[in-house]
Ligand binder design. Sequence first.
Ligand code: PEP
Ligand code: MG
Length: 748
Amino acid sequence: MLSQLREIVEKVSRVEDVHLALNILVRETCTALNTECCTIYLANEERQRLELMATQGLIFQGDSIHIRFEEGLVGLVKRSAEPLNLAEASKHPAFKYFPQLGEKVYHSFLGAPIIHRKKVLGVLVIQQKTPRLFNEMEESFLVTLSAQLAVLIAHAQSQGHWSLSSKPAAIQGIAASSGVAIGEFWFDNSQPQLAEVCPASTLDKEREQEWLLVSIEAALADFRRMRKKFDSEINKDALAIFDLFTHLLNDPMLRTDLKKHIERGDRADWALRQVVESYSNRFARMSDVYLRERAQDVRELGQRLLFFLHNSEHELQPVDRPVILVAHELTASLLASIPKEYLLAVVSLEGAANSHAAILSRALGVPAVMGANLNLAEVHGKKGIVDGYTGEIYLEPNKQILREYRNLITEETELHAIVNQELAEPAQTLDKVPVELLLNAGLSADSNIAINSGVDGVGLYRTEIAFLLQHRFPSEEEQWQQYRAILNSYPNQRVVMRTLDIGGDKALPYLPIEEDNPFLGWRGIRFTLDHPDIFLIQVRAMLRASIEHNNLSILLPMISGVRELDDAVRLIEQAYQDVLQFAPQVQRPKIGIMIEVPSMVYLIPVIAKRVDFVSVGTNDLTQYLLAVDRNNSRVADVYESMHPAVMQVLRQIRQQCEKYQLPVCICGELAGDPFGALLLLGLGYRSLSMNTSNVARIKYLIRHSQLSDLQQLAQRALDMSYGDEISQMMRAHFIEHDFAGFVRAGKK
Ligand code: PEP
Ligand code: MG
């Protein structure tokens, strides 16, 4: 059964023409289930009807046959989103006879909804002449087939194929950074090709051997990751190919041959080309067809390994005009490599709204859409629109859509000018309640962060970027220089520097960490406490950098228990004593922790005496509280930053901090979100840290809000059951107070 299922789905997935593909589907399903009739209907939401797309067994010559959503058994399956199994269809009260279909001969009916992400995309039906209930096996076959088909249909529709809508189809991704851009899509297709690698020699054989090993390990890790990714999907060829690659890469003969070439003085990429070509030629000469075909696989493996050999050295094609950057997986280094003035928007196939790349896009003020199903080869060079508010992408849009979006961009520009007029004014509510506005910095590669006149200091300086953009750990001197530049930029203000928080979606290229659950793994303080050497170097660099202005606070990420805190504080003290030896003027920094692992919410009474402040990381706190990966586009709708439980925990943190007189700031993305910031004020928070691009907007909102209104909103939010109820309430508040442009300037 399983193999039959797979075969059907694979056959269908290979065909681009919708009618042809669905004809194959119904024919194959009849054969597999030994039934006389199989029909597929797709839903046309615009017209509220199901359209017969293909059938075997009914009368249908490609003419249009529709069933309204409220009609007949097929409509019932669509509405109820449940399978319907009947021995005698005509006896069911919802039965409706469609004479043009010639259904009279069939008695039994089994219909299964085709559901993707809670949405019924269509209905798959089998029918038989004998009046009998379909058995459990048949029912589960049809349900499984529908589930797999749903993925194919959703994918095809997201690419603009198989769509029944008359509107130009937008490719739907996850809105990750607000704003709108119109421009040319740009994808770096300049990956080096194995066939183009030229003979090159090396003097440093050892370095070359090491480089090769690191690349092989990185490739193996990538194959494991890809294998896992495809595991739940339908393409068994994809699975097999990654197994084969892994097997080949682990083959001692291949490794020895590569080594031998390098021993002779060949550079690693040149060694790779020679070995791969010799292997693939050997396969190509074999008489067995199967083995002959493996020649291509070996070349593909070589190409992939070449990618890892060049990965961190490969220079991106220079970008010399404004573009919409498209990437398979957006990384900080990729973003950093394109001049800001040329970055109209970014689109990433992987990731979700709180992936670090998304946060970075927001920090840069660049519209971003994540988790978009784009065909990379197809989009490069095409014109289109990226809507960072809705997550929609339009490829080669028509004039009407272009006009709508041009208007939207004009409104955005106007709003920008309005909010920036008040940037230098104090952040206080209409009733004069002051709010501390701080900056989140550091994710950008630019160490020269703009001195933002509208802020009271830096609430979160992420130190990871310098570690991510290198081939090795940065030295104490390098770190010192970088931290000093930041601390000197804010001589009279507090700068909160966070110690290294790698792991999760921030892996160091030179220290691959492979884990099943990276967000629950070796992250943040867990990593640095296991490497006190790295931690001490970093803290010493920070302390030395703070000597001139004594404006440093140190923030510890991912603390999940008091022992970690105590151990980290001990190491900071050790570093402090070291620096004190040669710089007696250095002051002990204030120390705080991130509240981002839920355990720490309960431990506030215990830590209150041990730390000077806490900073709430709502990005991770939400992820851990709701058990939802912040980086996974499949569960992006479960990641609700205004989930009622998040509201409750934020209230609890606020109350506990007040009780124990512990200063608290919010540095997660919620603080820079228009709805989030106002709710946080209503909950009692008075210190918010956010990306530069949000400061002016949030300040404007604060300055035009009455605290008592916000308190009422927060109170109502705390009584609500659903996250979307909270968003709706906030949306209504924004419309009522003329703030609508902050969440969606115009369209929809
Ligand atoms: C957070 O988790 O909310 C946070 C501010 O840290 P990061 O996004 O860097 O994990
Ligand atoms: Mg965090």
